[in-house]
Design a protein around this ligand. Structure first.
Ligand SMILES: [Zn+2]
Length: 218
């Protein structure tokens, strides 16, 4: 079996996120990109019985190259984001209540309200502008890949959050920050009255997180 380490990491992540309430039922999915392939959770297999060999491997064109189960029905969201973004190596799609609520609001994005957003997400969290039914897999992927731009997270309209990272730990942390930020955003009676972080600070904080964080003396 190939990619054993990554398969185990995905299962560990799914169990952790299920326990945290991020994955009700078999909703939610996780993938890791390794070279030319994407290792992704299969469709409709319960996380608590999932074994490493149950995971599916697809190539960047979406063709299954290894595995006995079909890949997650939302594989196009993962695949099309990877295709557009060479800097992303892991993706988590969760079904969490605050992010799902924000995805149903008439907004273009959740504004960049707190520092974690500048650093991890690269600013605001865009929301895809048209609801795409789950069965329209390719359109859902196109909408996600177009809306995310160079950010590390996106909300699928009337659906839920997608978070990305340079590794699986960062994608999980980003999922946690998205949920927390959406909770903050929805906790006030007039979310439009929030004052976002000024644009120059968003890019300077993002660059500091990417290139200087952990290397500074002060
Ligand atoms: Zn979903």
């Amino acid at each position: 079996m190939t990619y054993e380490k990554e398969r185990n990491k995905i299962i560990e992540t799914c169990l952790k996120l299920q326990k945290a309430g991020y994955f009700p039922g078999t909703w939610g999915n996780v993938s890791i990109r390794c070279g030319d392939v994407i290792i992704i959770t299969p469709s409709r297999i319960c996380y608590n019985i999932m074994k490493p060999e149950d995971l599916t491997i697809i190539d960047i064109d979406g063709k299954v190259t290894e595995g006995i189960h079909p890949p997650s029905s939302e594989k196009e969201v993962h695949r099309q984001i990877y295709q557009n973004r060479e800097d992303i190596y892991a993706i988590v799609h969760a079904h969490t209540p605050y992010a799902m609520a924000a995805s149903a609001m008439e907004i273009e994005a959740v504004p960049c309200l707190v520092e974690e957003m500048s650093q991890l997400l690269g600013g605001s969290i865009p929301v895809t502008q048209v609801y795409v039914p789950a069965k329209e897999h390719a359109r859902l992927g196109e909408a996600a890949a177009a809306a995310i731009g160079n950010k590390n997270g996106v909300l699928l309209k009337n659906h839920g959050p997608v978070s990305c990272g340079r590794d699986i730990e960062e994608a999980v942390l980003t999922a946690e920050i998205i949920e927390k930020v959406c909770q903050i955003y929805l906790s006030v009676s007039r979310p439009d009255r929030f004052c976002p972080i000024p644009e120059p600070f968003i890019s300077s904080e993002r660059n500091r997180y990417l290139y200087q964080y952990g290397k500074e003396n002060t």
